[in-house]
Design a protein around this ligand. Structure first.
Ligand SMILES: *Cc1c(COP(=O)(O)O)cnc(C)c1O
Length: 439
């Protein structure tokens, strides 16, 4: 045995690509965790206000956001039909209400990346414009959509490494503002995503290697150019805060539906995890609102469970899935990440309830089921989240967790949210291809 972690039965299961359910023993009460975190509620507020300032600009740059007045937000949809079909098909029990947070339908980028990715591009845009004296930060930001400003932004470059969706988000948004954009795409990225980006005038550099390599090269190329800005998915606090804003908006949506979350009505949230930024940011936002009443689980593919590997070993970004013999290759292209964000893993340590991993074949089964029962299409990566409600009451670990938290009798009043993370931009013929994929 070369490493201590190799003796851990859980790590052995992960290394054997078995489906696991992991409970985070380092989770603490919100009360004791909140003051130790390197991120604050003020920073979320700052991000929310910045997005509000930019709303008139977003509205002008992206006419599809007109009905929402320049706010990029998704609906929260009850899915009782899906809940019933899951129960009948798999013989599981899904207590309480099951809802779908539809980030699959977000404007501009068609995925959860519309939150963090676009936010970071806007933040950079504001920084540049203020520095150049174009705005002071007080005026109506729609001035930034003028031809003159486009010309100003066109001397700057934005670069990012991506498995696909982050590239789409950063690429489409940056190109619309006027930037030169280069997206460094890992081998997992789907062809249509590259094609779509090129149609927006984005330069796409393709790598035969995985996501971490694409990021490394992108960062290097960007650092060599003083007018280039690199969106660093592995370490970016800006991305994280853009994602975190989602929670406050979800709160308002639950209120609108008349749904209460409190001690007697626990909230369970399931989010697919790649490098960790999106699910991590959302989790932090949720904790800031509901503290111990919200229980968040991440879901990863069995071949690319980088976050659970980093968190369970405590090694975070010092370990990758290849270190334990996994391939990192999965149909869940948005989750095909071999090494987790160290920044996010450490923030999640006292907050995250646990993780599920799943085999790829479920992605397509859940996808077809949701399509048939609720007439909603979400992309395969996104479907990973359904493993949460399906297995919550079935795994020893999660059952114990529920008991330990005194929730056994409260599960019938629970609210369970599956976070759908992408799908809107998937072309019709690719949807059909997915529909017919059986593993
Ligand atoms: C990026 C992505 C995720 C996960 O986000 P990370 O920040 O990489 O953890 C989940 N689902 C989809 C569809 C994505 O594109």
């Amino acid at each position: 045995m070369e490493h201590l972690y190799e003796k851990d039965p859980l790590i052995q299961k992960i290394a054997a690509a078995e489906e696991i359910c992991w409970i985070n023993e380092k989770k603490r009460s919100w009360e004791s965790a909140r003051d130790q975190l390197p991120v604050t509620a003020e920073e979320i507020g700052d991000a929310r206000e910045r997005l509000d300032r930019f709303a008139p600009f977003i509205r002008k740059c992206f006419p599809e956001t007109e009905p929402e007045n320049g706010r990029i937000e998704s609906v929260l949809t009850p899915i009782p039909g899906m809940q019933k079909t899951l129960e009948e098909t798999y013989g599981c029990h899904i207590p309480g209400a099951l809802l779908l947070k539809q980030d699959n339908a977000l404007a501009v980028a068609g995925s959860v990346k519309a939150r963090g990715g676009i936010y970071e591009v806007l933040k950079h845009t504001e920084d540049l414009a203020i520095e150049a004296g174009i705005i002071t930060g007080e005026e109506d930001y729609s001035v930034l959509a003028s031809e003159k400003c486009r010309e100003f932004f066109s001397q700057y470059k934005i670069q990012v490494g991506s498995t696909g969706n982050l590239g789409l988000s950063i690429g489409i948004a940056s190109a619309a503002i006027g930037y030169q954009v280069t997206v460094h795409m890992s081998a997992d990225a789907r062809q249509w995503k590259k094609d779509m980006l090129r149609s927006h005038g984005v330069k796409v550099v393709e790598y035969a290697s995985d996501y971490s390599e694409a990021v490394k090269n992108g960062r290097k190329e960007s650092d060599a150019d003083p007018k280039s800005y690199f969106v660093d998915d592995e370490n970016s606090k800006n991305l994280f805060m853009g994602y975190a804003v989602a929670a406050g908006r979800l709160h308002a949506q639950l209120d609108d539906l008349g749904v209460t979350v409190d001690e007697r009505h626990p909230l369970f949230v399931y989010i697919p995890c790649g490098v960790g930024g999106a699910p991590g940011g959302i989790t932090f936002g949720l904790k800031e609102i509901w503290g111990d009443h919200v229980h968040v689980f991440f879901i990863e593919p069995t071949q690319a469970p980088c976050m659970v590997l980093g968190m369970a070993t405590g090694l975070h970004n010092q370990i990758c899935v290849q270190d334990v013999g996994l391939t990192g290759i999965t149909h869940a292209d948005g989750l095909a990440v071999g090494r987790p964000s160290g920044f996010v893993g450490k923030v999640m340590e006292p907050l995250l309830s646990g993780e599920f991993t799943l085999e790829d074949r479920w992605l397509y089964e859940y996808m077809r089921m949701l399509w048939d029962r609720e007439d909603i299409f979400i992309e395969p990566s996104s479907c990973a989240a359904f493993a949460g409600p399906v297995r919550l009451m079935d795994c020893d670990g999660t059952r114990e967790y529920i008991q330990k938290h005194g929730l056994t009798d409260r599960m019938d009043q629970a609210v369970q949210i599956v976070w759908a993370t992408g799908g809107r931009l998937v072309p019709e013929e690719i949807r059909e291809e997915y529909r017919n994929t059986r593993l």
